[in-house]
Design a protein around this ligand. Structure first.
Ligand SMILES: Nc1ncnc2c1ncn2[C@@H]1O[C@H](COP(=O)(O)OP(=O)(O)OP(=O)(O)O)[C@@H](O)[C@H]1O
Ligand SMILES: [Mg+2]
Length: 422
């Protein structure tokens, strides 16, 4: 492929930029839009330093933007931990969706610390399932009835509002569908049931569920609601930080035979769903999404394989093979991030921005030691609910900090193409 094929044109549109804000996955249209475009980002072409040096300044600037977009939109890389969660989740959604008997479906809880990729891993698995399910149903379902808003919505994704009450949770679900909001809790729950049924929803993802107020005795209402949701013929996927500590499992117990959590029916609990009256118990698998583990040989191999995946997606002119995977780098990166994928992504992203900006064009422990991992805009994360991980302090063994060079990338100026060996 030649450079001219893939680089943004001089005066024309910039194909890697998207107009408007990113899709809001907590609304049915946004979820759909996200699902359709999630794999469509085209990374920057791999140019040689010579090709880059021969470009006009404007094209070089555009290419730098495209490189940055490539680093920021790296996409998900499969890790052994995410593969385990994905496998379980897809299996559960598929089996439940193919179970045509009415009644309770086994659910799934995805637990882990902040920034470990719970949200992205779960959304990715659900979105893949949705594509399959839509394909299967294209022939089966009748088209929309004229004049009605008939939507087939196999997967619903909602985020729990901070310190949510049962009403707040129901509202978040109804907002996904854009359904009207009744005023009473009973009305809300009935509306949730109707929306799930009318839209043929088979999987309901409730993210950040540990934001629910579950620490007090009077939160029984919330636990009752979670039971109700399980009785709605959907696969309930609850995602949260450290679920076992949250109170969500309070009325359940682990079944030693299957390892699942069992929630027996509470005689005192209110039931909003008459058809569930005969149900006696609900079951959840609890799966942890862990950070990388650097203490075992397999753990180290998996971490280095992840670094190789990242390295392959980088577009830095002085990057040599093994830049992230050899020498002191893996251990350095592990120390900086404690094996948390989200922190690693952030460090690499910011490191690359610095490498482009300063003209260093490669990542080294030296360069990375000048970068503080800052999680940036945290308005959508709840610190109190543990969604923001502690960021390891710069370790004492790391190289001394150099002053951060700011300013224009001058590495390719006036020195001719020979100054860089791509
Ligand atoms: N397997 C992966 N490969 C590459 N990047 C990943 C992977 N999983 C997650 N990330 C990135 O890590 C960051 C954090 O992920 P995510 O938001 O899913 O974490 P989380 O566990 O839901 O955090 P929180 O508890 O704060 O909600 C995101 O930027 C995401 O793109
Ligand atoms: Mg999350």
């Amino acid at each position: 492929m030649t450079m001219a094929d893939r680089t943004p044109g001089e005066g024309g549109i910039v194909p890697f930029l998207r107009a408007g804000p990113p899709p809001d996955r907590t609304r049915v249209e946004g979820w759909r839009q996200w699902n359709e475009q999630r794999d469509s980002f085209i990374p920057a072409p791999r140019l040689s330093a010579d090709e880059y040096a021969s470009m006009s300044p404007r094209r070089r600037a555009l290419h730098d933007l495209h490189r940055t977009a490539t680093h920021v939109n790296m996409g998900l890389l499969e890790t052994p931990m995410s593969a385990r969660v994905t496998r379980l989740m897809r299996g559960r959604m598929r089996n439940n969706a193919l179970n045509f008997a009415p009644g309770t479906r086994d659910g799934l809880m995805i637990s882990g610390g902040g920034y470990l990729g719970k949200t992205e891993t779960a959304c990715d698995a659900a979105a893949t399932f949705e594509i399959l399910w839509r394909d299967l149903h294209r022939q089966l379902l009748p088209g929309p009835i004229p004049g009605t808003r008939d939507l087939f919505v196999p997967v619903a994704y909602c985020r729990t509002p901070v310190r949510a009450t049962p009403k707040g949770l129901c509202t978040a679900i109804l907002d996904f569908y854009g359904a009207p909001l009744p005023r009473t809790l009973n009305g809300l729950i009935r509306a949730v049931r109707d929306s799930l049924r009318d839209h043929h929803t088979t999987a309901l993802l409730l993210d950040d569920i540990t934001r629910l107020r579950l620490h007090r005795e009077d939160d029984q209402d919330t636990l009752d609601l979670v039971r109700e949701l399980m009785d709605l013929n959907v696969t309930l996927v609850l995602i949260g930080v450290d679920i076992p500590q949250s109170g969500l499992l309070r009325s359940g117990y682990p079944d030693p035979r299957t390892g699942q959590w069992v929630f027996p029916d509470l005689k005192t609990g209110k039931s909003y769903n008459p058809s569930a009256a005969t149900q006696t118990e609900r079951r959840f698998d609890l799966v942890d999404l862990d950070p990388f583990d650097y203490d075992t040989a397999e753990g180290m191999t998996a971490f280095v394989a992840h670094l190789a995946g990242i390295e392959d997606r980088l577009r830095l002119f002085r990057a040599r093979p093994g830049m992230l995977t050899e020498g002191a780098m893996p251990e350095y990166l592990f120390r900086r991030t404690r094996g948390i994928v989200g922190l690693l992504k952030r460090l690499v992203e910011d490191g690359c921005a610095e490498a482009i900006e300063s003209g260093a064009e490669e990542l080294t422990p030296d360069l990375l030691s000048t970068i503080r991992i800052s999680l940036g805009n945290l308005t959508d994360r709840d610190r109190e609910a543990g969604e923001v991980p502690d960021i390891p302090e710069e370790d004492p063994g790391s190289p001394p900090k150099k002053p951060r060079s700011r300013g224009r990338n001058t590495v390719f100026d006036d020195r001719g193409a020979k100054a860089v060996d791509g």
